[in-house]
Design a protein around this ligand. Structure first.
Ligand SMILES: [Zn+2]
Length: 232
């Protein structure tokens, strides 16, 4: 008889995109994977490990980690962390009133979106040609974290859902890289700016909470955005 494997509990998550998935907590094999990101602060590596960990732990059949938004990935990762390591994590706080600086424990399952979704997700480039923008995809976030400053144009590959005119729609996911490059390289810089402004209207995952200053009793707003906070 072979040794019995331990059955882990399953949980349900409602992702920022509206999708519902079933997941299990991290196991020792995922903890091992995550140790590699503690030592390695390379954004691409962090996203790659997050994808593997989240992909491993989601049980829902038709879930494809390659196709989800970065918000969904981040949300799932935090909820898995809460169910595995614990719901409380330590964050730095600073009191504006008395200058107190210290840390506090925050319940990370309070994770949510920073704002409402934009009502309009298209950007008109001419009177007849426009693009439909989507929240940053997983691959795009690695790119944004790495090269937002030196190569902002490449991010467009991951935030444009489709281009359209008054007769036709071209899905970016069905175009070749060469076709997308050609479309993107023919945009003027003000148009790129206009597209990026729309992208910034989309919410990001964040944790919002309030704690009392241990020194003067004033309420301090805590706002955490970005995963770096969980690995350093
Ligand atoms: Zn204070």
């Amino acid at each position: 008889m072979s040794i019995p494997l331990i059955v882990t509990p399953e949980h349900e998550a409602n992702l920022p995109s509206g999708q519902t998935v079933i997941y299990r907590p991290f196991l020792v094999k995922e903890e091992k994977l995550m140790l590699t990101i503690k030592e390695n602060q390379n954004p691409e590596e962090i996203v790659r490990v997050m994808k593997r960990v989240v992909g491993n732990c989601v049980i829902t059949d038709d879930f494809d980690v390659e196709k989800i938004s970065y918000n969904d990935l981040e949300y799932l990762f935090i909820m898995m962390r809460a169910r595995s390591v614990g719901e409380m994590a330590e964050f730095p706080i600073k009191c504006e009133k008395c200058g107190y600086e210290g840390t506090t424990e925050i319940d990370i399952t309070k994770i949510g979106l920073s704002k409402e979704l934009p009502k309009e997700d298209t950007v008109m480039l001419t009177s007849t040609v426009g693009v439909k923008v989507k929240p940053v995809a997983v691959e795009g976030m690695a790119m944004l974290m790495k090269s937002a400053e030196d190569d902002p144009i490449s991010v467009l590959h991951y935030v444009i859902d489709s281009a359209f005119n008054d007769q036709q729609v071209w899905k970016f996911s069905e175009m070749t890289k060469k076709e997308r490059d050609e479309f993107i390289e023919n945009l003027s810089l003000p148009l790129v700016q206009k597209i990026m402004e729309k992208v910034e209207e989309f919410p990001r995952c964040c944790i919002k909470d309030q704690v009392m200053c241990p020194s003067c009793g004033e309420m301090i707003d805590v706002y955490v955005e970005g995963l770096e906070n969980f690995f350093t």
